[in-house]
Design a binder for this molecule. Structure first.
Ligand code: F6R
Length: 242
């Protein structure tokens, strides 16, 4: 399904759907597993979730979260780490138990990374899989940090970031050379295993990649195109896809 609306309206609608899913699970004493993205795109959604917690008493006590990715080499307290981002925009403002939060650890020595990534996958499965996966999209069609060339079968792993991805992140890091070259990301298979996927793409600079992802060939050159093979994806845009 493709929905075109303003960013604020998307944030409200998705926020409400997440709140509804949390409440439905709570009523049957179950938990909800959310897959979360960072970056500028989901910020209005996180603001809405915080508002729903504060003003509509939505509790996140029965929610588990798995973040898509994290830069290698950044400590949790680094202001550009995704760990820091998630606390700043969401986790510090809601009542989610700390033990329910999973974000790839970017500071592991490389020899431990493979086992760690396998553990990340197992934890998702142990909790019953991701119920709702939130995604943004890179200008090169990446989702998570699955850069062009990522296979449909890829799982959580260490990856090298594409030049365009590092260039887009350069202003935040005050220079291209300060942007980490590697990251840990959930794989395409991990993302495709989510029961429901919501991809948000806002701004003209996302139009080309989003259009290709939805209407173009399915190819690892544009990893978001694999989403065409998923049976429950909502594409939320603020531009016309035709
Ligand atoms: C971040 C992530 C990335 C971003 C994408 C868009 O966790 O997974 O795929 O969603 O790079 O970033 P923004 O939203 O900053 O344009």
């Amino acid at each position: 399904m493709i929905l075109e609306d303003t960013i604020d309206n998307h944030a409200k609608l998705i926020g409400w759907q997440i709140a509804d899913a949390i409440e439905t699970k709570r009523q049957s004493n179950e938990h909800l597993v959310l897959g979360l993205a960072t970056g500028s795109t989901p910020i209005p959604l996180y603001q809405e979730l915080v508002r729903l917690h504060r003003e509509a008493n939505i509790s996140f006590e029965n929610v588990y979260t798995f973040n898509l990715d994290e830069y290698c080499g950044l400590e949790k307290k680094h202001p550009e780490s995704y760990n820091y981002f998630m606390r700043q925009h969401l986790f510090d403002h809601i009542d989610i138990p700390q033990d329910n939060i999973f974000i790839p650890r970017g500071t592991l020595e490389q020899v431990f990374v493979n086992d760690y990534c396998v553990g990340y996958e197992m934890k998702i499965q142990e909790l019953g899989g991701i119920d709702i996966q939130i995604l943004g999209i890179g200008r090169n069609g990446h989702i998570g940090f699955n850069e062009p060339g990522s296979s449909r079968a890829s799982i959580t792993r260490r990856v090298e970031l594409a030049h365009t991805t590092r260039r887009d992140a350069a202003p935040a890091f005050e220079g291209f050379d300060n942007v980490p070259s590697f990251a840990i990301t959930m794989g395409m298979k991990t993302i495709m295993s989510a029961k429901r996927i919501i991809l948000m793409a806002f701004g003209e600079n996302k139009k080309q990649a989003t259009k290709q992802a939805i209407l173009g060939d399915i190819t690892d050159e544009l990893p978001a195109s694999f989403l065409q093979q998923h049976s429950n994806v909502t594409y939320c845009t603020d531009f016309n896809i035709e």
